[in-house]
Structure formats: C-alpha cells, structure tokens
Design a protein around this ligand. Structure first.
Ligand SMILES: Cc1cc2nc3c(=O)[nH]c(=O)nc-3n(C[C@H](O)[C@H](O)[C@H](O)COP(=O)(O)O)c2cc1C
Length: 183
C-alpha cells in the first residue's frame, strides 16, 4: 500500500483543443475539488504532430514533453467530447504516440479516470476510449460514470461548469481515483 505522500500528482488530458472547451471546464472543475496536497497538471497535446512511424527516431519534442508529464503522474484523468460517436482524433493521436514501446511511457497499471461532455452525450466515445485504456493496460476507475450530455445548460460561455450534479460526481470520482493511487 502506498502512503498518501504530499507530492501526489494527477495529470489531466483534454480531448478538445477549443479555448472555451466544456471538457477543459470539466477538468478545471475536477482540479478545483482536489485537496491541496495533490498537484494537478494539464498535459499539452496541442503541438503533437500526426503520428508517423518514420518520425519516431528521434521522437518529436512535444511527444517527449508529454511522456515526461505522464511519467511524473500517479494517475490520469482524461476528458473528451464525442465526435461522430467516438472520442477525438487529437486525443487518439496523442495516445498513439505515448503507446509506443520504444518511448517507454509509464502507463501500465496507472489509475485513469474517464470523463467527458458533449452536445448529446459521450457514452459511445467513452466506451471506445475504455477499449484503448485496456490496450494500454491502464487501471480504469469504473464508478462513478461521468458522462455529461446536453451541455448547453451545464456550462457558461467560457466553458466553466455550472451544474452541481456533475460537480458532485466529479468529487466522487476524485475520491475513487485517489483511493486507487494509495491502495
Ligand atoms: C466533428 C464533430 C463531431 C461531433 N459529434 C458529436 C457526437 O457524435 N455526439 C455529440 O454528442 N456531440 C457531437 N459533437 C458536438 C460536440 O459534442 C460539442 O461541440 C462539444 O461541445 C465539443 O466539446 P468541447 O466543448 O470540449 O470542445 C460533434 C462536434 C464536432 C466538431
């Protein structure tokens, strides 16, 4: 059992690059619920090039930076919208890079919480993302399910979460994620 160290670190990845993204807002709300002794970092996937096996040696700087950020994490939280009944291409592209064996990103066994918000819902996209977490051998937190649909009423114009039911679910998920780190 790992003791609750003061330097626990959770890294968030957002599947949307939009400035006022609802998914970014969800990650901000998640971060706001963390205790002071847990550090939160938002990983930057905006500069990651399209995956290309010809570009693996050497790995692009943005990919090495992402690997470094993920390696320093005790757990991840991934927030993605649904695009055409799947999760987003930018997120898939980033996951493809960090999945490469020669990069040796420390993902296997790491706890990961999946959250998401989309105009109608994220049930299908989250299910696809869960399959990829299986491929990466990550430890998905199964409950609570955080899938935010009909987002128009739940976020303000800058992407900040207004919905207290969702916030309560994020608190429960945060607790489950921390439990998964320390047990
Ligand atoms: C290419 C594209 C496909 C989309 N497909 C879906 C979909 O399958 N289901 C859904 O609920 N919303 C869909 N939407 C709407 C997004 O969920 C909505 O734009 C959402 O706010 C994007 O997340 P963000 O606010 O974090 O950027 C789609 C949007 C785009 C741009």
């Amino acid at each position: 059992m790992q003791s609750l160290r003061s330097e626990l670190h959770i890294v968030g990845i957002c599947g949307s690059l939009r400035k006022h993204s609802h998914n970014l807002g969800l990650l901000r709300a998640f971060e706001q619920e963390l205790p002071d002794n847990i550090k939160f970092t938002l990983a930057d996937i905006s500069e990651i090039p399209f995956f290309n096996e010809d570009r693996e040696q050497p790995y692009p700087e943005a990919v090495l930076k992402l690997k470094e950020t993920l390696d320093s994490a005790d757990a991840l939280v991934i927030s993605s919208p649904e695009y055409n009944l799947s999760y987003t291409g930018v997120l898939k592209n980033a996951l493809e890079w960090v999945s490469r064996r020669s990069l040796q990103t420390k993902l296997a066994g790491k706890p990961v919480a999946l959250i998401g918000a989309a105009a109608i819902g994220v049930g299908v996209s989250q299910s696809h993302l869960r399959d990829v977490m299986f491929a990466l051998n990550m430890k998905v937190i199964n409950r609570p399910i955080v899938q935010v649909g009909y987002t128009r009423e739940k976020f303000d114009s800058e992407g900040n979460l207004k919905d207290n039911v969702t916030r309560d679910l994020l608190v429960q998920l945060k607790n489950a994620l921390i439990d998964a780190i320390v047990t």
